[in-house]
Ligand binder design. Sequence first.
Ligand code: PMP
Length: 388
Amino acid sequence: MKGKRLLMIPGPIEFTLEVLAEMAKPTLSHTDQQFIEEFGQALEKMRKVWLAPNGQPFAIAGSGTLAMEIAAANITEPGDNVLIVHTGYFSERMADIFRLHGANVDIVQSAVGDIPEIDEVRRRLKSKNYKILSITHVDTSTGVRTDVKALSAAAQETNTLVVVDGVCAVAGEELRMEEWGVDIAFTASQKAIGVPPGLALLVTSKKAMESFRSRKSPVGAYYCDWQYWLPVMEAYEGRKSAYFGTPAVNLVRALNISLGQILDEGMEARFERHARNAAAFRAGLSTIGLSFVPVRKEIMANTLSAVYYPEGTDASILPLIAKNGAVLAGGLHPAIKTRYFRIGHMGMSDASEILAVLGSIEQGLATAGYSFEPGASLKAAQSALIQP
Ligand code: PMP
């Protein structure tokens, strides 16, 4: 497509032509047999992508913030204690949502670009009767990835429900929902799932559903309430239609296509590709002197990079980079907002996109007067990509 720029923000991302073509089809009735079949298939595929063979999937029209609220609203009752592993802007949002639904929220804080120590989280979990531990898998404001496996294991010791905001992680970062004992993991369609914005996607454990069923007070948000959505999801999986709110027909059909593409690649191959591309991308940027918001390599996300503007430059490089082919995002974390930018590298993005984005960044930096050896970032990334 002439003049097309690569959309390399942390969502929405570049979508495959098959997904986009599916979106363009004439809209079917939500009771059409073909749509019923496709919605049923999409729900079955969600279990496979989340690696939760016994999980309950939900696909509901809305953005990731709706998924956050659905998770919190259905398992929180007024007075419940919730512990938040705080890694940035989106952990803060989750804390606000839990508070709105009546929870007493405590926070395990970390410095910007870092994650709290597991031992500190374990100590806090044992200090009070916490019903829920809330974790942001990848905080999109800092590019930091938490250790969901270890945090989840700590929560099992105190029988605490584990909620994972996987909006910038699911289908990109390793997540083994059932094996790790996660109770709710949610995302939104526009990120590594690879479907245009508009679907809130959650998978829940049996334990999460039991917690919902045993609640004594009503859910405090009508559109979020699983009592209305569960029969709809169960019906479509049983290849029947049911109605609560009109499903986002074209998005659900595109979801079925995208989840099929994800499963064709295979979850292990997908986790590995995201890790390889991220490492190559960062090898490129560090070669030309750029540094990252996450304070250690092991906690850098594979789905996006948060990068400090190099000496003498600022947000004015973003339009210069965009002019040279790649649309990137500015900072988001209030403490460092003006000092860094963000690049998404998730979904179907392949090695050639990684190289193209580095090329655009070099062009933008050169125009801004930043001094480096032209092509050095591409060479370093290419070396990392073609390593056996
Ligand atoms: N959580 C995380 C980790 C996110 O990255 C985002 C979106 N960037 C959200 C929640 C909220 O999603 P949405 O913007 O789709 O409402």
